[in-house]
Design a protein around this ligand. Structure first.
Ligand code: ZN
Length: 201
């Protein structure tokens, strides 16, 4: 982010809810490194196949070529020759990505990690809280609540699904502020389903 010493690595975390510009910020930082002729490599989980299979694409359609990998250890194998490493949608890699990111930073690399800090119920979304704790730099982006216009840090799922991981864009999620966020409306339990049905009639 500032001066780049040659023999020290560090971790930068870019976090926030959906539509907060995390991927745009990741792309901005990695492009600056590329302008400086540093070798840059970007990884993303294969699960995130929206838009394009081999690039990191933000909602605003900026693009960088990325390597889609099945698990965090593949990043270690493929990042050996890179000085700067970007990881997008890091929450989908699970706990093993923490050790991978720490090892890369210990080897002298700059590691920039983007991911959601809360899941669709507003719970801390591991491993992002852990990564934020071990990172040198943490940036939390806010979105704008799509209901009321207040600063928003929660991702409201608009469809009812049991899974924590539902990859989607504007059609399945909204950015919401803490006042407008309503996790019960997307929670999976039968009781809540029943309550919602009653409320709606
Ligand atoms: Zn709101």
């Amino acid at each position: 982010m500032h001066h780049v010493p040659r023999d020290t690595g560090w971790i930068e975390v870019i976090t926030g809810c959906m539509f907060s510009g995390k991927t745009e910020e990741l792309i901005r930082r990695l492009n600056r490194a590329r302008y400086a002729k540093q070798s840059v490599k970007i990884f993303k989980p294969r699960i995130d196949s929206r838009y394009a299979p081999d690039s990191v694409v933000s909602h605003s359609k900026q693009e960088l070529t990325a390597v889609a990998v099945d698990d965090a250890n593949e990043i270690l194998e493929q990042a050996a020759d890179a000085e700067v490493i970007g990881i997008d949608e890091a929450q989908f890699f699970g706990a093993p990505v923490v050790a991978v990111v720490e090892r890369l930073a210990n080897e002298g690399k700059r590691v920039v990690v983007a991911g959601l800090d809360q899941d669709y119920l507003g719970r801390p979304f591991e491993p992002m809280p852990h990564l934020m704790a071990v990172a040198e730099y943490v940036t939390k982006n806010l979105a704008i609540c799509m209901r009321c216009g207040n600063p928003a840090d929660r991702s409201q799922r608009l469809v009812r699904r049991d899974a924590t991981v539902v990859v989607g864009g504007t059609e399945s999620y909204e950015a919401r502020c803490r006042r407008c966020f309503d996790p019960a409306s997307s929670a999976p339990s039968q009781k809540r389903l029943f309550d919602a049905a009653e409320r709606d009639t």
